[in-house]
Design a protein around this ligand. Structure first.
Ligand code: AHR
Length: 491
């Protein structure tokens, strides 16, 4: 029997709701088809946004949405996406699939989507192929209330009032698709660009600098040293790639070895946060600069027969475990991790939603976000679980169990626990120090490792009520089934 220790008196910090954030890029069928179908579509929509998708996303309480990229951000010129739609420039999305980008989804449409989702916008500006003036004017267009060329233009385009925009990214992956810069060069560019991203009236920007690719610790060091005083957040991108960049492996067809390799690779997130965090601590011991993990998730080969530039992949119980593990890791590091954005929201990489014409499917990853939503704005508390290493290869052993625990504003304890084993269930003794347990409500997501939801079978993987527990004088005893994500609400 494994012991799960929880001490609700030992409060570790607030879990920012933005840790449960999402990312939507002009890539494949994420924006077009997935989120936006246009007012004239026969798919039910409100101002062009799919009603079914918006409703499903509201259910999981999307706190923040990043847009327009990704690599697309450093090729995007925002003025192409405003004004009368028929006059907007048509161009080729050279980075993603070579399809026509008609710019029908631009700034106003993105802000409308955020209004419908009731989430914070996170806008990523263009450093790679843009100018300081262009970025500065975008901020002015979005947030300036008074009389100015950009505020006047916004009014002419139908928005009398300025919007509130908090999160603003100054470039994306500038070590790669965002300009192939060195950290020293980008740090200088960041300092210059951010100078002209103004705070107008009471709109206070939270400026996010482009951070490292995975374990590029030198990038973090240089950025913190040369520009740390000019940023509110520093990003980090880490994708879970089971095999390698050339052959990543299939999303829904894999064996036991691949299962454990994926989980092992995703657990690297813990080390990355620890090591980037330590460098940040050296320059910023008070942890004023947030670590913003604004791209994370599984990246597999595209589904056979789909455009290779569209990055469309299925989503199985393996994705559910990857989501559960990463969200637990972010919760447990909420002193430094202030936001995270899974890549990407709809139809791209590890999506929460897939669409095909009028049809929509909620993926296992969606259900995990739904089960974890109570952690948003809750207080992380001390927890520890006994684990043992499992796996089929020596080099890819993982802990069998993975947890995080928080207490919400109403005093309810939320436990999220993952069973990483594809074959074994485990008995757990939950020991809740200094806390009497009155009631427990459980939800479980469990299935075979390769199970997924598809358009003709959308409910193969779905959360069910979990009742296999017993309240004891120490806390609760329960059995967690194999290959599962469990959520317990304890009062
Ligand atoms: O999410 C897909 C791509 O991955 C993004 O455009 C880029 O930032 C990253 O390399």
């Amino acid at each position: 029997m494994s012991k799960l220790f929880v001490n609700v008196q030992n409060k570790k910090g607030k879990i920012n709701k933005e840790i449960y954030g999402h990312f939507s890029e002009h890539l494949g069928r994420c924006i077009y088809e997935g989120l936006y179908v246009g007012e004239d579509s026969k798919i039910p929509n409100t101002n062009g946004m799919r009603n079914d998708v918006v409703q499903a996303l509201k259910e999981i309480k999307i706190p923040v949405l990043r847009w327009p990229g990704g690599c697309f951000a450093d090729e995007y010129h925002w003025k192409d996406g405003i004004g009368q739609k028929e006059n907007r420039k048509k161009m080729i999305n050279t980075h993603w699939g070579g399809v026509v980008e008609d710019n029908s989804f631009g700034t106003h449409e993105f802000m409308e989507l955020c209004r419908q989702l009731e989430c914070e916008p996170y806008i990523n500006g263009n450093v790679g192929s843009g100018t300081v003036q262009e970025m500065s004017e975008w901020v002015e267009y979005l947030t300036f209330e008074g009389i100015s060329p950009m505020a006047d233009l916004r009014k002419k385009n139908g928005n009398e009032d300025a919007w509130k925009v908090k999160y603003f990214g100054v470039g994306n992956e500038n070590w790669g698709c965002g300009g192939n810069m060195t950290p020293e060069y980008y740090a200088n560019e960041y300092r210059r660009y951010q100078t002209y991203c103004r705070n107008y009236a009471d709109n206070k920007l939270y400026k996010i600098a482009c951070g490292a690719n995975a374990d590029d610790y030198d990038w973090t060091d240089v950025l913190m040293k040369n520009a740390g005083n000019f940023m509110d957040g520093l990003s980090l991108h880490y994708y879970t790639i089971t095999k390698n960049w050339v052959e990543k492996g299939a999303a829904a067809k894999f064996d036991e070895k691949e299962w454990y390799t994926t989980l092992k690779k995703t657990l690297k997130m813990e080390e990355l946060i620890y090591r980037h965090g330590a460098i940040m601590d050296r320059y910023d011991p008070e942890k004023k600069v947030g670590l913003i993990i604004d791209e994370w998730g599984n990246w597999f080969d595209v589904e056979v027969g789909t455009n290779p530039g569209f990055l469309y992949q299925q989503n199985t119980m393996r994705d559910a475990l990857v989501a559960g593990i990463n969200l637990n890791i972010f919760n447990k590091n909420c002193d430094r991790v202030k936001m995270a954005n899974i890549a990407q929201m709809v139809n791209v990489l590890q999506s929460v939603i897939l669409t095909e014409g009028e049809k929509m499917v909620l993926t296992p990853t969606y259900h995990v976000f739904n089960m974890y939503k109570n952690h948003q704005e809750a207080t992380l508390v001390e927890s520890y679980i006994d684990t043992k290493d499992i796996g089929v290869e020596e080099e890819n052993q993982v802990p069998n169990l993975h947890e995080s625990v928080s207490v919400d504003a109403e005093g309810r304890i939320n436990v999220t626990l993952n069973n990483l084993s594809i074959s074994e269930s485990y008995d757990i003794q939950g020991i809740f120090a200094d806390r009497e347990i009155k009631s427990v409500k459980g939800t479980i997501l469990s299935n075979e490792m390769g199970a997924y939801n598809d358009f003709d079978a959308p409910e193969v993987v779905k959360p069910l009520e979990f009742t296999n527990f017993k309240i004891t004088d120490k806390g609760i005893d329960f059995k967690i089934p194999k290959c599962s994500v469990l959520h317990l609400v304890i009062e």
